[in-house]
Write a new protein. Structure first.
Length: 319
């Protein structure tokens, strides 16, 4: 299994997943300067003109960091593009990704050859998130460079397949970059992801409870206070199944154990779209490992130390 060179310079094999509303330049910069890939959905930058402001800030800040820390350059950053037909900003955001030569682009909700070709035109790398092996094959056929296997337990839009099963099926035919998402919130889990066949781990929910994250204080504290049993899987809120924090569902006056199905028509990405469920908080099942709100660098440090200890213990026991 080989990785692009830019993904081999990480302090720990982790990509911070793009968190809708929550991921912002402050969080991305903190992740990258700590040695993990930081990412954000382009749609978080609103209005659309702010997307270029964000790209310019991230690009210039990371370049300045590299100049000041040649011995410890920043990890690359990534932009998440929703390629679903309802995203009216796709062409605009894609053009800016090309202009700023965004090193990594994460595509979601559909795989498109034209988008992949555009990113490849300047040497960018495309990772596409998938919830089944069939979707994985389609993504690679349409030109994606790598895959993000969104397995059971992942935050936000997530699949239901065990990470062991999903990674095994994909690895039967695909030897390229493979990232695993699903309840990963410790360094031990990062090593486990690699042991089952992934190259990197995709971590999102743990970064909600960081100082830089653009989340309400109550949301961050709910992540700290909750555990895997507090996660509800439903399609009500966007029309696509995802994982959400039970307390936020209850606070909305809903019964989390009796939620109706949603309609994909609710998945609006246009400027000014009304968010009927803006106070419903997404989260994955790994939050039981989150014990406090900390700086992003502190979280990365914990993950790195746990990962190193797990590797040392593994090799001691193996030998």
């Amino acid at each position: 299994m080989s990785l692009p060179e830019i993904l081999t310079r990480l302090s720990i094999p982790v990509i911070g997943s793009p968190l809708f509303i929550i991921s912002n330049p402050e969080l991305v910069i903190a992740q990258c300067t700590s040695g993990v890939v930081g990412s954000f959905p382009s749609l978080n930058a609103r209005p659309a003109a702010n997307f270029e402001v964000w790209l310019q800030r991230i690009t210039e800040t990371l370049a300045a960091w590299d100049a000041e820390h040649p011995e410890q350059p920043a990890a690359p950053y990534a932009v998440n593009l929703i390629v679903h037909r309802s995203n009216e900003r796709l062409a605009h955001d894609l053009e800016l990704c090309i202009k700023y030569r965004v090193p990594l682009v994460i595509t979601s909700l559909g795989a498109r050859t034209d988008v992949n070709d555009a990113i490849h035109s300047y040497g960018g790398i495309v990772l596409h998130d998938v919830i089944t092996n069939a979707f994985a094959r389609k993504a690679i056929e349409k030109g994606a460079d790598g895959l993000i296997a969104v397995a059971a337990g992942a935050g936000g839009h997530a699949g239901t397949i065990s990470p062991f099963a999903l990674i095994e099926e994909i690895r039967e035919w695909f030897a390229g970059p493979l990232v695993l998402s699903g309840a990963i919130a410790t360094g031990r889990a990062v090593l486990a992801a690699q042991a089952c066949g992934a190259d990197l781990a995709y971590i999102g929910s743990a970064f909600i409870a960081t100082e830089e994250a653009n989340a309400a204080a109550a949301y961050k504290q709910a992540v700290v206070d909750s555990a895997s049993t507090d996660i509800v899987y439903s399609s009500l809120f966007t029309g696509v199944h995802g994982n959400y924090l039970r307390p936020s569902v209850v606070a909305a006056g809903l019964d989390p154990d009796n939620l109706p199905d949603g309609n994909v028509a609710n998945m609006n990405f246009h400027e000014g779209a009304t968010k009927a469920w803006k106070d419903i908080w997404g989260s994955g099942q790994g939050i039981g490992a989150v014990k406090a709100v900390v700086p992003a660098a502190g979280l990365v440090s914990r993950l790195t130390n746990e990962y190193r200890r797990a590797k040392e213990l593994f090799f001691v026991n193996k030998n």
